[in-house]
Design a protein. Structure first.
Length: 348
């Protein structure tokens, strides 16, 4: 008797009876289980010899047929690992930029803040900042040093006191900073203008652009600066930054800080005589008198020079006359002696 007829003849596991107790989905699973059990009973395989975890595979199956699930899973895992590695290597969020041209444009457009460590501040106000990735993964993110980026604070012009403040008082070297790229630096493709913040104390971050202007160590470019005006008209982030810097500059001017320092009332009183003398000196009448005095002085100098030269001429001339006169006297004496000698000869 075959295993199929066994299934149909077993009253306890009849498909007709199962319709009364199970749904269609459950009935299919139940019938499948009955078929497997009947097959095992017919072939003499007991439950003890059945390896639950051993799949039904033909004895002459190939290596690929035996391990194809493992190979597929391994390929999926390796592909996933490679994909994640490529993403971490190329994603701007995990990269370290070595040049300002590597900063993505959407970072600039969306005003995404970047991080870095200040390595140097040049005498021209350029910050050498070693970029740090936005997100780091232990043992994966590279920690070796990279070429620093050239950054300049947007919207301000440094003074010498400002550079001294950064290097000596603030000691910004080797400090962590956050910066947002505003625009490319004018006439310098290796640098960008940024808005920079630094953690100055426990209370939070300080905007370096505003802090320098508020302390009077920097000022906003002149309205005659064409590049400044063009940036105001076409770059919204630069325009917003300048609005904040104008308020800071107004505060510095009002308090008389840095380059906006005003004289005290004592210095003003002391400067009154000097100012009065300057006013008198610049009047036309005084200028005329000074001019007349200068002319007379020059005329006297020229006259003295002329008289001096005339004196030298007279002295030299008199010297020549004296020499000639002496020669003439000696000649006359010589002629007189000769004449007397001839006269004595004729008398004899």
């Amino acid at each position: 008797m075959g295993w199929k007829s066994l299934i149909l003849n077993k009253g306890s596991i009849s498909p007709i009876k199962t319709n009364l107790f199970f749904s269609r989905h459950c009935r299919v699973k139940f019938n499948t289980l009955c078929i497997v059990l009947a097959y095992l009973m017919e072939t003499g395989e007991s439950g003890k010899t059945l390896a639950i975890n051993k799949p039904f595979v033909a004895e002459d199956a190939s290596f690929f047929q035996l391990y194809s699930p493992l190979i597929i899973r391994g390929g999926i895992i390796v592909t996933g690992i490679v994909g994640v590695a490529i993403y971490l290597k190329t994603s701007p969020n995990y990269r370290r930029f070595k040049h300002v041209t590597e900063i993505p444009q959407h970072f600039i457009q969306r005003e995404i803040p970047l991080k870095g460590i200040v390595k140097e501040v040049t005498p021209f106000g350029t910050f050498k900042v070693e970029h740090q990735p936005l997100r780091t993964i232990p043992f994966i993110t590279p920690i070796k040093k990279v070429q620093p980026l050239n950054l300049k604070l947007a919207g301000i012009e440094f003074s010498e006191e400002g550079l001294n403040y950064l290097t000596n008082e603030l000691k910004i070297k080797d400090k962590k900073v956050n910066f947002t790229v505003i625009k490319n630096t004018h006439d310098n493709s290796d640098s960008v203008d940024v808005e920079m913040t630094i953690k100055k104390n426990l209370l939070g971050f300080v905007n370096m652009n505003q802090d320098l202007v508020r302390k009077g160590y920097a000022k906003i470019p002149s309205p005659n600066n064409k590049e400044h005006i063009n940036s105001l008209e076409h770059i919204p982030t630069y325009s917003r930054l300048i609005n904040k810097l104008l308020l800071s500059e107004k505060i510095a001017d009002k308090r008389g800080l840095g380059m906006w320092e005003k004289e005290s009332w004592m210095e003003s009183v002391k400067s009154v005589p000097t100012q009065s003398f300057g006013i008198i000196k610049s009047s036309p009448f005084v200028k005329f008198i000074v001019l007349l005095f200068t002319i007379m002085k020059d005329a006297a100098y020229l006259s003295a020079s002329a008289l001096k030269n005339l004196y030298y001429i007279i002295v030299v001339t008199m010297g020549y006359v004296a020499v000639g006169y002496r020669k003439f006297g000696r000649g006359v004496d010589s002629m007189r002696i000769k004449y007397n000698g001839l006269k004595e000869k004729f008398k004899k």
